[in-house]
Design a protein. Structure first.
Length: 423
């Protein structure tokens, strides 16, 4: 004899099968849609999982107003907002995860410093003071160190020119390396073992070299003489190669340097144009170089396999392409430039070889700064990075050298640009 529970279970299964059969039969009697109405509507486009970040430093437009960092909306081709800096911002570098931007600031009322800016909150949350005007900024591939050059155009003999190394875990200065000359651009090679610094003149009157720093020992290992003044540096993403733009009286060149041996491998002439900023593609096969002449500016494309110019991308109406930064996929080059009346960031489709957007920058750009734009992608934090309690003024960092001085000051979050009088 079957138990009541088992009878109930089998009855439930029979009822379920019967209900499914009736439903299927009923559905079979319904007419099927035909024609265009049968096609399912296309799914709405999804925003990219990791959006492209783009930041550019506005210049200080007059002696009484501070500059700001403009955040660009790369999808709309507009300025999304401004982040005040309390001084004149310059070089910008993103950490590998895209969560933090490091901005060189030349102070007016506030001290010269490296600003630590959150790209999530779009605010400055830490200030690392330095003793003189910071120039170039670069972040190591693991995000653990930041390198900034300190230059002094007024007095090179005071040995106030140096490279400062910052530990990003606690935003303290971990090393200071004196440089015999005026350092400008700085970059870190793909393996993170060498920092490369462009130096334009030393106290003895010797010109132009690339100074190589061992990042493990924080010591200068060699200087590579250059035929002309270095302007900007790009590194190959997987080989021991650095590319340096240099200016000369007759024509500009791009120098190819073996970063492991310090050898000058090639000098690539860039027509009669003067090369400015440059960026290497993600696969390392191409260089995009901003070049200027008397007519109009262009992007010169260099094949890094043959070390030869393969083409140019004109930028109509813009005479001075300066800094160049590439989107993470290499599909777009962002170039700081000017028409003579209006400074802007121009987006260039690298495959089509055409300008796709022009983003006007209201208060202008410092077109002599070839590191004042940074483009990347937010993929997350590499390590925990928290604001800390202020260190007592003058208290040394972990290396025994002076660290950041005074409390960290947070400035306003992202918002509409303030009126000119307030900036």
């Amino acid at each position: 004899m079957r138990s009541p529970t088992k009878n109930a279970r089998q009855g439930w299964r029979y009822g379920l099968r019967l209900g499914m059969a009736v439903t299927v039969a009923a559905c079979g009697l319904l007419p099927l849609p035909s024609g265009p109405a049968a096609a399912a509507p296309p799914p709405a486009p999804r925003p990219p999982k990791f959006p492209t970040l783009a930041y550019v430093a506005e210049s200080c437009s007059d002696p009484y107003s501070d500059g700001a960092v403009a955040r660009l909306d790369t999808s709309a081709g507009t300025v999304a907002g401004y982040i005040p800096t309390g001084g004149c911002p310059g070089a910008i570098a993103l950490d590998p995860g895209g969560a933090v931007a490091y901005v060189a600031r030349v102070g007016r009322k506030d001290p010269d410093a490296i600003l630590v800016m959150s790209t999530v909150a779009n605010r400055v949350f830490d200030v690392i003071e330095v003793d003189h005007a910071p120039g170039g900024v670069a972040v190591s591939p693991d995000g653990a160190q930041v390198y900034t050059t300190i230059h002094n155009d007024d007095d090179l003999s005071r040995r106030s020119t140096k490279v400062v190394v910052i530990d990003t875990h606690d935003d303290s200065i971990s090393a200071t390396l004196p440089i015999a000359g005026n350092p400008g651009a700085v970059a870190v090679d793909h393996g993170g073992r060498r920092a490369l610094v462009g130096v334009t003149r030393d106290a003895k009157g010797t010109y132009d070299n690339l100074t190589v720093i061992d990042t493990r020992t924080e010591q200068i290992t060699r200087t590579v003489p250059l035929p002309s003044s270095p302007r900007a540096i790009a590194v190959h993403p997987s080989r021991h190669r650095a590319y340096v733009t240099g200016t000369a009286s007759e024509k500009g060149q791009v120098f190819v340097i073996n970063t492991a041996t310090g050898g000058l491998l090639a000098s690539i002439p860039v027509s009669e144009d003067l090369p400015q900023g440059l960026a290497a593609s993600g696969d390392g096969t191409r260089l995009y170089v901003g070049t200027l002449n008397d007519a109009e500016g262009a992007i010169t494309v260099i094949n890094t396999v043959t070390d030869a110019v393969t083409g140019t991308i004109p930028i109509p109406g813009h005479r001075l392409p300066a800094a160049v930064a590439l989107s993470p996929d290499g599909g777009t080059a962002y170039v700081t430039t000017t028409t003579g009346r209006q400074d802007a960031v121009v987006a260039v489709d690298t495959a089509a070889g055409a300008v796709t957007a022009t983003i006007d920058i209201a208060d202008g750009l410092d077109l002599n700064d070839l590191q004042n734009i940074a483009v990347g992608r937010f993929v997350g934090r590499r390590h925990e990075h928290r604001p800390r309690k202020p260190r007592h003024p003058g208290k040394p960092g972990r290396s025994g050298k002076p660290g950041r001085i005074g409390p960290a000051r947070a400035v306003d979050v992202l918002g509409p640009p303030p009126p000119p009088a307030a900036r």
